[in-house]
Design a protein around this ligand. Structure first.
Ligand SMILES: *[C@@H]1O[C@H](CO)[C@@H](O)[C@H](O)[C@H]1NC(C)=O
Ligand SMILES: *[C@@H]1O[C@H](CO)[C@@H](O)[C@H](O)[C@H]1NC(C)=O
Ligand SMILES: *[C@@H]1O[C@H](CO)[C@@H](O)[C@H](O)[C@H]1NC(C)=O
Ligand SMILES: *[C@@H]1O[C@H](CO)[C@@H](O)[C@H](O)[C@H]1NC(C)=O
Ligand SMILES: *[C@@H]1O[C@H](CO)[C@@H](O)[C@H](O)[C@H]1NC(C)=O
Ligand SMILES: *[C@@H]1O[C@H](CO)[C@@H](O)[C@H](O)[C@H]1NC(C)=O
Ligand SMILES: *[C@@H]1O[C@H](CO)[C@@H](O)[C@H](O)[C@H]1NC(C)=O
Length: 385
C-alpha cells in the first residue's frame, strides 16, 4: 500500500514536470513573481531567489523546477537557494497549478560567469621592432572565461585606447579565446607599453565594477623615418661676410638618424652633424645648402638658401653707439670704465657703477674722510685759538 503510494507520487511528479516543461503558460496574467528577477552569479558562489505564486488563486501545486539547491515554502512564497552554484546553463523555472488546471510559470534568467584565469598579449607572426606605417596583428589571449559572449577585449598603447573587440563566440561553459587587432604603430608608440584587458560585460545585475583582468605589458619599439625638430623656415638666410653661419636640421628618428650636408663651396658632403657651421663666411659660401637626414626607414631633406652680404667699406662695428650719447658723470673717479665707448650700447649702464661707487659702495671711506676733516678742522681751530 505504502509502496504503491510512493510510486504514485513519483509518477505524478514526473508527469507534472514533463507537463510543465512542455505546456506551461509563460504569458499568464498572474505570473509567479521572482525576486530578484534576474540572477548573475559567479561560478561557485551562493545564490538565492524567492518566488511568490498567486496568493488569491489557492494553488494546489507550486514550486521550483531546478536540478540543484534546496526549496523552502512559506505560504505562497517559495525560496530556492544553493550554497555553491557549480552548474553551467541552469534555467530555473517557478510554477504553480491552480484550480481548473490553470498552470502558470516564470523563467529565471541566470548568468553564471567566470572571470578569465589569465590574459596575455602578443604579436601574431612577428618578433622584435616594428616600422611606422606597416601593419601588425596584436593578439590578446583570454584563458578560461564564461560567458564568452559577454567578453570585451580592449587594446592599449600606454594610456591610449586602440580599440575594443567583442567576441563572436557563444557558449555557457568557460572557453579560451584569442582576439586580434590590426595595429599600425605611430612614432608616438615608440617605447610605449602595449597591453590588453578582458572585461565581462554583465550588465546592471552583474557585479559592479565588472570583472576585469589585465595582461602583461610589452614594450613597443617603432622604427620611423627622421622628423625635423623645428619647423623649417623657407625664408632665405642673409649673412654678412666674415660672420659665422650656423644651419640646424636636427631631427628625431628611430634608429638615430644620420646627416649629410651639401654646400655650394664643396661638392662632397662637408658635414655629418645635425648642425652645419662656418666660422667666417666668404662670398663663395653663398648658395644652396641641403641637409639630408636619413635612416633605413626613410629620408627627409631640407634646403637652406644663403645670401652673403659683401662689405665694401672698412669694417666698422655695427654695435657702436656714438660717444656723444654717453654722459660722463662728474663723479667718475675711475675713467678706465668709460675709455672704451665702442662696447657701450646703453649709457645708463655706464653711469650706474660710477655713480654708486662713492655713495653706496663705500660709505665707510666717506665717513672716514668726514672724520678726518672734522679732526683737522678741530686741530686748526685749536691752533688758531
Ligand atoms: C526571500 O524571502 C525571505 C523571507 O521573506 C527573506 O528573508 C529573503 O531575504 C528573501 N530573499 C531574497 C533573495 O529576496
Ligand atoms: C599567463 O599566461 C602567460 C602566457 O601564457 C604566462 O607567461 C603567464 O605566466 C601566465 N600568468 C599567470 C598568472 O598564470
Ligand atoms: C623570434 O625571433 C627569434 C630569432 O629570430 C626566433 O628564434 C624566435 O623563435 C622568434 N619567436 C617568435 C615568437 O617568432
Ligand atoms: C633656393 O634657391 C633655389 C634656386 O635659386 C630655388 O629653386 C629654391 O626654391 C630656393 N629655396 C628656398 C627654400 O628658398
Ligand atoms: C666641384 O665640381 C666642379 C664641377 O663638377 C669641379 O670643377 C670642382 O673642382 C669641384 N670642386 C670640389 C671642391 O670638388
Ligand atoms: C637702456 O637701459 C634702459 C634701462 O635699463 C632700458 O629701458 C633701455 O631700453 C636701454 N636702451 C637701449 C638702447 O638698450
Ligand atoms: C671701503 O673702503 C675700505 C677702506 O678703503 C675698504 O677696507 C672696504 O673694503 C671698502 N668697502 C667696500 C664695500 O668697498
Amino acid at each position: 500500500m505504502f509502496v504503491r503510494f510512493i510510486l504514485l507520487v513519483v509518477c505524478l511528479v514526473s508527469f507534472l514536470r514533463s507537463f510543465h516543461v512542455s505546456s506551461c503558460d509563460h504569458n499568464c496574467a498572474d505570473k509567479p513573481v521572482l525576486t530578484p528577477s534576474r540572477l548573475v552569479v559567479k561560478y561557485g558562489d551562493p545564490a538565492s531567489v524567492n518566488c511568490s505564486v498567486c496568493q488569491n488563486c489557492h494553488p494546489s501545486i507550486f514550486g521550483w523546477e531546478i536540478p540543484v539547491g534546496t526549496q523552502e515554502k512559506h505560504g505562497t512564497l517559495i525560496s530556492w537557494s544553493v550554497d555553491q552554484l557549480t552548474e553551467w546553463g541552469v534555467s530555473p523555472m517557478c510554477y504553480y497549478i491552480a484550480e481548473g488546471d490553470h498552470q502558470c510559470c516564470s523563467d529565471l534568467p541566470v548568468t553564471v560567469y567566470q572571470p578569465p584565469d589569465n590574459v596575455s598579449i602578443s604579436f601574431k607572426n612577428h618578433n622584435g621592432s616594428m616600422s611606422e606605417g606597416r601593419q601588425y596583428t596584436l593578439q590578446c589571449s583570454v584563458k578560461n572565461t564564461a560567458p564568452v559572449e559577454n567578453l570585451r577585449v580592449t587594446f592599449y598603447s600606454g594610456q591610449r585606447k586602440l580599440d575594443q573587440i567583442k567576441s563572436n563566440s557563444k557558449g555557457e561553459k568557460p572557453v579560451s579565446e584569442t582576439l586580434e587587432l590590426d595595429f599600425s604603430p605611430r612614432k608616438e608608440d615608440d617605447g610605449s607599453q602595449l597591453w590588453c584587458e578582458a572585461e565581462l560585460h554583465l550588465g546592471d545585475d552583474g557585479p559592479q565594477p565588472p570583472p576585469v583582468v589585465k595582461s602583461q605589458h610589452i614594450t613597443a619599439t617603432v622604427h620611423y623615418k627622421p622628423q625635423l625638430n623645428g619647423l623649417q623656415s623657407l625664408d632665405p638666410i642673409t649673412v654678412t661676410e666674415g660672420e659665422p653661419l650656423q644651419l640646424d636640421c636636427s631631427a628625431v628618428g628611430n634608429p638615430e638618424p644620420s646627416y649629410i650636408w651639401s654646400s655650394p663651396s664643396s661638392n662632397s658632403s662637408s658635414s655629418v652633424e645635425s648642425v652645419f657651421m662656418i666660422g667666417s663666411v666668404t662670398p663663395a659660401d653663398e648658395g644652396q645648402y641641403t641637409c639630408t637626414v636619413y635612416n633605413y626607414v626613410g629620408t627627409t631633406s631640407v634646403e637652406f638658401n644663403v645670401t652673403v652680404t659683401v662689405l665694401t667699406t672698412e669694417k666698422t662695428p655695427t654695435t657702436v653707439t656714438t660717444p656723444t650719447t654717453v654722459t660722463y658723470p662728474t663723479t667718475v673717479t675711475n675713467p678706465t670704465t668709460v675709455t672704451n665707448p665702442t662696447t657701450v650700447t646703453n649709457s645708463t649702464t655706464v653711469m650706474q657703477p660710477t655713480m654708486t661707487t662713492p655713495t653706496e659702495r663705500n660709505r665707510s671711506s666717506s665717513s672716514v674722510l668726514i672724520h678726518w676733516f672734522i679732526w683737522c678742522f678741530t686741530l686748526l681751530f685749536s691752533v688758531l685759538v
